[in-house]
Ligand binder design. Structure first.
Ligand code: SAH
Length: 370
């Protein structure tokens, strides 16, 4: 996921691995100060810290972007002023089909430190002195070092701050993802999914999820969810690796008749159940901890937002979950350079490749069982 973080006037794009939303949220309630502060307060060197906005429960975040080799020197300077020490966020890049992240030493790291706002005069002095000391370091020409940035962080905002990362999202023409704490004025044609991201993956923020949702909408427009082998004559759908349940719930709202979610992660099972309850019409969404074979197939539509290596490995099993004579698989989570491997595995399993959707580094593929 590409997430924009604003650090004062420096805006950088941080690539986070696929599992990051869940991991981020696990810490958001308490620990990760730097993270939690992410979307909260305004500020930055362009907006000098106003003495009147300081006081108890207020912190001033100092941050400096620095070449990895200058991090230690910059940390040393900021530590002189910040009683709690510094945190360093390295620049990183994606690996392992986009699932992993590695530190990329060619990208600048961000060094952060927090000054208590109790003593406005002290804050002002610290900022001036830190700025001077950093200036000396810059003059040294050791390695590139950015400007000192400042911003105000209020304690009471920290615990709730992560919520600002989850806006109401419109995907495709009519799918709307509404986090439970946000309001949305619905247009008549909108298909609104209420979601509590909880700790499972699947908030709609990740490109692989968005690709599946857009593809689902297309299939729904073609009537493929309204017609199938469910008892009510609509489609039966399995969501393999359901995470938050977002895809299964969307399929239900778009017309599918019977749904099943499976996920190896018990947190995902719980999260899907909770989200199904939040979305009235899809209350009937059985969820099992486990994987495929589900023992309940075959299905008109198999949703599989997994990763390429797993799709390759599971290709024959996914085929068996799909109804012969036109049943289809929507496979997503495919990092760009693994697309050919997935195609080859699906074709070897006797599937016919259909449409393709792509966003950023990610690809989703439709496969049809003849
Ligand atoms: N469907 C959601 C979540 C996708 S993330 C969305 O589109 O946003 C992938 C999910 O697959 C995770 O929740 C993970 O726990 C689950 N998973 C991983 N390996 C699996 C496997 N072998 N079988 C079933 N689920 C698996």
């Amino acid at each position: 996921m590409a997430e924009k973080k604003t650090t004062g006037k420096t805006t950088m794009t941080t690539k986070t691995p696929k599992a990051a939303p869940a991991a981020g949220r696990r810490t958001a309630g308490g620990a990760a100060a730097g993270d939690a502060a992410g979307g909260v307060a305004a500020g930055g060197a362009a907006t000098p810290v106003q003495a009147q906005s300081l006081g108890p429960g207020v912190w001033v975040e100092l941050s400096v972007a620095a070449d990895i080799e200058a991090v230690e020197a910059v940390s040393e300077i900021l530590t002189r002023f910040a009683p709690g020490g510094t945190s360093v966020e390295p620049g990183f890049g994606l690996t392992n089909e986009g699932l992993g992240a590695v530190v990329d030493p060619t990208k600048p790291a961000i060094v952060r430190a927090y000054l208590p706002g109790l003593d406005p005069a002290g804050v002002e002095r610290s900022i001036a002195e830190a700025s001077t000391a950093l200036g000396h370091l810059q003059a040294f020409g050791l390695r590139p070092i950015g400007e000192l940035q400042t911003r105000i962080v209020r304690e009471e905002d920290w615990a709730e701050a992560w919520k600002s990362h989850f806006p109401v999202l419109r995907i495709g023409r009519r799918i709307v993802i509404r986090p439970t704490w946000r309001r949305h004025r619905r247009r008549p044609e909108d298909v609104v999914l209420s979601l509590d991201p909880g700790m499972a993956f699947g908030t709609g923020l990740h490109p692989t999820t968005r690709l599946c949702l857009a593809a689902l909408e297309t299939l729904a427009d073609e009537g493929l969810l309204e017609h199938g082998h469910a008892v009510n004559g609509a489609a039966c759908v399995i969501d393999v690796g359901c995470g938050s349940g977002i895809l299964a719930i969307a399929a239900g709202k778009l017309g599918a008749g019977e749904l099943l979610g499976v996920d190896t992660d018990p947190i995902a099972v719980e999260s899907t159940q909770q989200n199904a309850r939040l979305n009235g019409r899809t209350r009937r969404l059985p969820v099992r901890q486990g994987s495929v074979p589900s023992g309940e197939g075959p299905f008109d539509l198999v949703l599989a937002n997994l990763i390429a290596s797993l799709l390759v490995q599971l290709a024959p099993v996914l085929r068996d979950e799909t109804i012969p004579g036109g049943g289809r698989i929507l496979a997503s989570g495919i990092f760009r350079d693994r697309e050919d491997d997935v195609r080859a595995a699906f074709e070897a399993a006797g599937l016919t490749m259909g449409r393709r959707w792509a966003e950023e580094d990610w690809v989703a593929l439709e496969a049809i069982r003849p």
